[in-house]
Ligand binder design. Structure first.
Ligand SMILES: NC(=O)c1ccc[n+]([C@@H]2O[C@H](COP(=O)([O-])OP(=O)(O)OC[C@H]3O[C@@H](n4cnc5c(N)ncnc54)[C@H](OP(=O)(O)O)[C@@H]3O)[C@@H](O)[C@H]2O)c1
Length: 297
């Protein structure tokens, strides 16, 4: 039994990724004992250097996961495998991510249940909402998925239905930070005078600074079970985002392409009020407009 008085034992899958690394540090700072599941020796060494425990497990093998989750109060699943920006149009590039969101999320939910965990936190995305125009979208707005976002809804369902404790689903906006591939790709395109927006200029796009996303994972431990959006308090439109990108790289304005169909083109003015009110969490910056100069700087 690893649990010590006054501390919660948290086990994190996906602990070595862009959000996982930050979440592990946030959880340690909040006073929890944290174990990161990592498949590589360098990943486990980095976790140990941060002050976390590290275990090896096969995220598709329930017996292996049950061993990793033994003694956990909470399991946090932050596994993703998003293809690089240039490979994103190829549906086959998403196979690994789909496997993590379907088979691995199911194995994790069952293993967390069997290991006796009381809470499961499951990563999802804010792009699952139907076209919302200018309307604010809270967590009760229709979530229709579509394209590469559909399996995020499968992961949500697995976490809610296969686990028998409190499930908290976090629907994150687009991650922005110095190590976010999409942020770096957007800056690179902007330097060439182009926008990466696939929706119309007036469409709202939910985004979140990675450090604020990690703080939301820590907040997920203290909120009632349920689904929570995690995005800028006041999401920006594509036009606002492009203006901020252009200013950050010192070009006049960005060329926009023809709007493309698909979930990433929909207008999603996502409200994160529920997590702000229940978890005392708030983003420290408006990522959509402030991230770019920060990353360039
Ligand atoms: N909401 C969003 O906007 C969002 C969400 C997710 C990712 N992204 C972006 O996508 C880019 C790539 O991110 P990513 O999620 O692919 O990589 P990542 O953040 O480097 O990795 C995610 C985590 O999942 C683990 N993992 C992936 N595939 C696995 C597998 N088959 N078995 C076991 N563990 C596995 C990784 O372990 P290893 O360290 O061993 O590989 C890592 O711990 C990043 O720039 C990120 O910002 C954006």
């Amino acid at each position: 039994m690893r649990r010590q008085h006054g501390m919660d034992e948290i086990v994190v899958t996906g602990s070595t990724g862009v959000i996982g690394r930050r979440a592990v540090r946030e959880l340690l700072q909040a006073g929890h004992r944290v174990t990161g599941v990592a498949r590589s020796a360098p990943g486990r060494a980095r976790l140990a250097a941060d002050g976390a425990h590290a275990v090896e497990a096969d995220v598709l093998d329930e017996a292996s996961l049950r061993r990793a989750f033994a003694g956990a109060d909470t399991v946090v699943n932050l596994l993703t495998h998003i293809p690089s920006t240039d490979r994103m149009p190829d549906p086959s590039a998403w196979a690994e991510n789909d496997r993590l969101r379907t088979a691995a999320s199911a194995a994790i939910a069952r293993a967390a249940r069997d290991a006796g965990a009381r809470r499961l936190v499951q990563e999802s995305i804010a792009f699952v909402y139907a076209e919302g125009g200018d309307a604010w979208l809270d967590e009760d707005a229709p979530a229709v998925g579509g394209g590469v976002t559909t399996t995020a809804l499968t992961a949500e369902r697995n976490a809610r239905e296969l686990f028998d404790g409190d499930t908290v689903v976090l629907r994150f906006g687009l991650f922005l930070g110095p190590d976010s591939e999409s942020a770096l790709a957007a800056l690179e395109a902007a330097r060439g005078g182009a926008s990466v927006a696939v929706g119309p200029p007036g469409a709202f796009r939910p985004m979140i600074w990675l450090d604020d996303a990690a703080a939301a994972v820590a907040a997920a431990l203290r909120v009632p079970a349920g689904t929570y959006n995690v995005a800028d308090t006041d999401p920006a439109t594509n036009a606002e985002i492009d203006a901020a990108l252009a200013a950050a790289v010192g070009v006049g304005s960005l060329r926009t392409g023809t709007p493309q169909p698909g979930p990433l083109a929909r207008s999603q003015r996502v409200s994160s009020r529920r997590l702000r009110e229940a978890g005392g969490w708030a983003p420290r910056m408006r990522a959509a407009t402030q991230a770019w100069t920060r990353i360039v700087g």
